[in-house]
Design a protein around this ligand. Structure first.
Ligand code: R5P
Length: 293
């Protein structure tokens, strides 16, 4: 018998791909937003004594959290044994410490909240920096999938002679793995962020890569200022326009335009968040997904 997957709307292509890759069957529920913004959920599948998965594309996370909580609670109340939460993009991980006195450490609080509504979390390339393992903040088992295999295949098939570039120290984990997989050189830039939209990037000499295509790889594209600044700096020293690849393309407000006008030749993302830049399918990562995880 196939496990059920309850799909939160917003990234139906990836959800369909996951259903196929993991041989899951779609569960039925009704989601309604009242005119005042409150969420309404009605379960329409029998889940008694079944393990189930819930897929949530976690962009616009604050708008979805209450509805997700209602769905998980009604699944449990209706007899679901275990709930596996599939959150390809895991939000709230960047505020992972108290930078200034009095700040809420969102990563810990969010992890504690999710641990209270689901039994297992499955995610892709969470932003881990000062917290090195999700297990340190979640009270439930966590399975982390990595997009590097999908990104590497894409680069090998579409981008000749690449040099992989991580725009900051955190991106080193993705950039080095991708470079190793495709046997390409890599470099890591130095970033200093002074505000949401203010980013400084220092770039080393690129003299040893005169013929290489610069391929910037980052986990999150949010305001796009990190990648845009890296593109601008690369454009000053290289005649070959950089290609930008993001795992989770959130693209707030005018982020896509910012990155395009900085001079990126292509902007490519994995399909963890639905966006017109999605070129890299991560659904195959969910093959063999079944309980126990
Ligand atoms: C932070 O270190 C992340 O890895 C990304 O570099 C960052 O979140 C990108 O944000 P933005 O697009 O707003 O510069």
């Amino acid at each position: 018998m196939k496990n059920l997957l309850f799909v939160w709307p917003g990234n139906d292509n990836l959800a369909a791909g996951i259903c196929e890759a993991a041989t899951l069957e779609k569960g039925a529920f009704e989601l309604h937003k009242f005119p005042d913004g409150e969420s309404y959920i009605r379960l329409d599948s029998d889940v008694a004594n079944k393990d189930v998965f819930v897929f949530i594309p976690f962009d616009h996370r604050d708008e979805k959290l209450m509805g997700l909580t209602l769905l998980c609670r009604v699944l449990k109340k209706s007899g679901a044994k275990k709930i596996g939460l599939l959150s390809p993009y895991l939000p709230y991980m960047r505020q992972d410490t108290e930078f200034r006195p009095g700040e809420a450490v969102s990563a810990e609080i969010f992890a504690s909240f999710i641990s209270g509504i689901a039994d297992v979390l499955i995610t892709i390339d969470p932003h881990l920096h000062r917290i090195s393992r999700l297990q340190d903040i979640f009270r439930i088992p966590v399975k982390v999938l990595h997009s590097a295999v999908c990104i590497s295949k894409y680069i090998s098939a579409h981008i000749p002679n690449p040099v992989i570039i991580g725009p900051d120290s955190e991106s080193s984990q993705w950039a080095t793995e991708i470079a190793a997989r495709i046997k390409a050189p890599h470099i890591i830039l130095e970033k200093h962020r002074t505000g949401d939209q203010q980013v400084e990037i220092r770039i080393p000499s690129m003299q040893q890569f005169p013929e290489h295509t610069p391929v910037l790889v980052d986990d999150i594209i949010s305001t796009a200022h990190t990648l845009a600044m890296a593109v601008e700096k690369l454009r000053q020293i290289s005649t070959i326009k950089p290609i930008c690849i993001g795992v989770h393309g959130l693209f707030n407000e005018n982020a896509f335009a910012v990155l395009q006008s900085a001079g990126a030749s292509e902007i490519i993302t994995c399909n963890t968040i639905a966006h017109h830049t999605n070129r890299i399918d991560v659904a195959p990562l969910f093959r063999n997904l079944h309980f126990p995880l």
